[in-house]
Design a binder for this molecule. Structure first.
Ligand SMILES: CC(C)(CO)[C@@H](O)C(=O)NCCC(=O)O
Ligand code: NA
Length: 610
């Protein structure tokens, strides 16, 4: 008998799931009909720059906590133990650096799109390349995000796969298009709560049914699931302290430092301080989210460790992995009507909150970076209408991307990390190049971005065709035919590449290092090319686009020498933001000189420290 036949949803489960969709729609409608009624792009894309830190922080964690994390992390812990938990160490620097380096620079420039920065610092072509890279990254990622929960639900309950994809995609498109960023942020808040509640409910019931905390602990301990800190320096090991705790910092920086979805939330904050606060508040919430996912994996292990209930026995491996968490939930919560509905709502909340951010940020960059520069005469009404049209079109495009994901095969967690590292890494690199190195010029930035992408795709695609990244444990979780199909293709490409042993070693680099590798490639290539083509002079760089990283690091060097070394960099400040400015000078008292440049009509402060 098919063990999954037992799973079924009661009416109350469907009601709870429907409530999630209805409530999200309701929030969308509310923001369509209240406030400024979404009649300006300032409101639609930036929530009138009026948000406070609590909703912003919950929205920040919701953005990159998708169904991938909800079903992928417990499955990872179940199969490989708690090593993955050490990624929590990367959250410290991974959030402190955005809070004190990236937020001040972006916020004070009064941007709408993060890529405006690239034009201010380098040139228009760099901005356009950055925007296109971001669009590419986000479009692929949202396909994974909308497909994952639908696939899992389908496998466990028989709920129609494409029906679920369509429902999530359309509901999300609708509330994003109606309510703009305010709706996106407030649905994120609601959905984050549902996400936490669902996971917590499953853990509590799971612990109870397994026989209490002590019993769970005994089983996971005996089953060797509690991993000590793995200090193995081998960069090809998938998860070690170094790949997670150090490689993870670069991953976090590419997500929380420079990703448009997050930058847009920082920019929607009332004040700079509020934006920094929200970044700080992400830390505990993200640790809670991580802990919930990890503990769920452990409870799952405890439940199945001794029993013959283990779905592995009945299922071919490729059907098992992503659905494992849902199988566990349905199996456990069967006699508790409503709870399985709550967990499904949790998984879909995670997905909705991620794709809504994707739609809104994609609409923002397409309008601000690709369309507006060519239609300077556009009226506000028309721009707003256009941004709604864009949000809607990206929503529909997401459905097509879900189909593409359907044809891929990779562990969803690995797939998400590879996308973040391969495409997000080079983007992180180009922002670092611009902010920290005054000498970098536009040619260097373009060549750097290109080479970072080439490097990332070389190792990323190499690892897929040689199936090495992360060792042999790359258990696939997509459906069998897709796996077989893609295996045939990858074997063919693999033979074509005819990889040698040393290349195979390069291809087997842990995907946790991809962000670091590709951002360093961008910075190093960018600097070399800049020096070859004539480095920029500090005075020619737009004020406010540099962060005095070198100046701060060389604090022991006398000021006049630093000036010669070109590392005491100015901090730009818009006249329109005098209030924030005054606040900043008061609180830090570090500003020694304020002067006005006639060139850019901006007030800036020399030798200021962040
Ligand atoms: C981005 C991190 C690492 C932050 O904890 C986490 O949310 C995660 O593992 N995300 C997986 C990708 C996703 O959920 O789509
Ligand atoms: Na999410």
């Amino acid at each position: 008998m098919d063990p999954l036949e037992r799973m079924h949803f009661t009416t109350i489960d469907y009601v709870i799931f429907a409530l999630l969709l209805v409530a999200s729609m309701g929030i969308g409608l509310y923001y369509a009909l209240s406030g400024g009624r979404q009649r300006t792009t300032q409101e639609f894309l930036l929530a009138d720059r009026s948000m406070s830190c609590l909703p912003v922080s919950l929205s920040l964690i919701a953005t990159f906590q998708s169904a991938v994390a909800i079903v992928g992390v417990p499955a990872e812990i179940y199969t490989h133990g708690t090593q993955y938990w050490f990624i929590g160490c990367a959250y410290i620097l991974g959030l402190l650096i955005p809070a004190h380096v990236f937020i001040p620079v972006f916020y004070r420039l009064h941007l709408t799109s993060a890529y405006q920065y690239l034009e201010l610092r380098f040139s228009k072509p760099v901005r356009i390349c950055g925007t296109l890279t971001f669009i590419f990254q986000t479009v692929i990622y949202m396909g994974v995000c909308v497909y994952t929960p639908a696939l899992a639900l389908n496998a466990v309950t028989g709920f129609d796969l494409w029906g679920a994809v369509l429902a999530t995609g359309l509901v999300c498109t609708l509330y994003t298009t109606l309510g703009g960023l305010k709706a996106v942020i407030w649905t994120d808040v609601f959905q984050t709560i549902v996400m936490f509640a669902g996971q917590l409910a499953v853990i509590v019931v799971g612990v109870q049914q397994t026989g209490g905390l002590a019993e769970v602990w005994r089983k996971v301990w005996e089953g060797n699931r509690i991993s000590g800190i793995d200090l193995n320096p081998d960069p090809t090991e998938r998860y070690t302290f170094w790949t997670l705790g150090v490689g993870g910092i670069f991953l976090m920086l590419s997500l929380y430092g420079v990703n448009q979805a997050q930058v847009q939330r920082y920019l929607s904050s009332k004040t700079e301080r509020e934006a920094i606060m929200s970044c700080y508040m992400v830390f505990p919430s993200l640790q809670v989210a991580l802990a919930l996912s990890c503990v769920m994996g452990l409870v799952m292990f405890a439940r199945y460790s001794s029993a013959t209930l283990l779905p592995t026995v009945h299922q071919p491996l490729c059907v098992l992995y992503p659905q494992m968490v849902l199988y566990f939930v349905m199996d456990m919560l069967q006699d508790l009507p409503g709870l399985s509905g709550l967990f499904i709502a949790c998984v879909f909340s995670a997905a909705l909150s991620t794709i809504s951010s994707a739609f809104n940020s994609l609409a923002t960059v397409t309008l601000e970076d690709l369309i507006k520069p060519h239609c300077s005469a556009m009226t506000e009404a028309r721009a707003t209408l256009l941004s709604k049209g864009l949000a809607c079109s990206y929503g529909l495009m997401c459905l097509a991307m879900a189909y593409l994901t359907h044809l891929m095969s990779d562990s969803v967690l690995q797939a998400a990390f590879k996308i973040f590292g391969m495409v997000g890494g080079p983007l992180l690199g180009i922002f670092c190049l611009g902010m920290f190195f005054p000498w970098a010029n536009s040619t260097g930035a373009l060549v750097g971005l290109g080479s970072g992408l080439v490097m990332a795709f070389w190792v990323g695609i190499g690892s897929i065709v040689t199936r090495t990244s992360g060792g042999p444990a790359a258990v696939s979780h997509f459906n069998c035919t897709a796996v077989q199909l893609s295996e045939n293709i990858t074997t063919a490409i693999g033979t074509a590449l005819n990889s040698t042993a040393s290349k195979t070693l390069f291809y087997s680099l842990s995907f946790m290092w991809y962000s670091a590798l590709s951002s360093f490639t961008v910075v190093i290539t960018g600097l070399i090319v800049s020096f070859l083509t004539g480095p920029m002079k500090e005075e020619d760089v737009t004020p406010g686009t540099l962060y005095p990283l070198l100046g701060n690091m060389l604090y022991f060097v006398p000021d006049n020498l630093k000036q010669n070394l070109c590392c005491a960099t100015p901090l730009g400040h818009r006249v329109s933001q005098q209030s924030t400015w005054a606040h900043h000078t008061q609180s830090s008292g570090l500003c020694s000189l304020v002067e006005t440049t006639s060139k850019s009509n901006k007030t800036f402060c020399n030798k200021n420290k962040y």
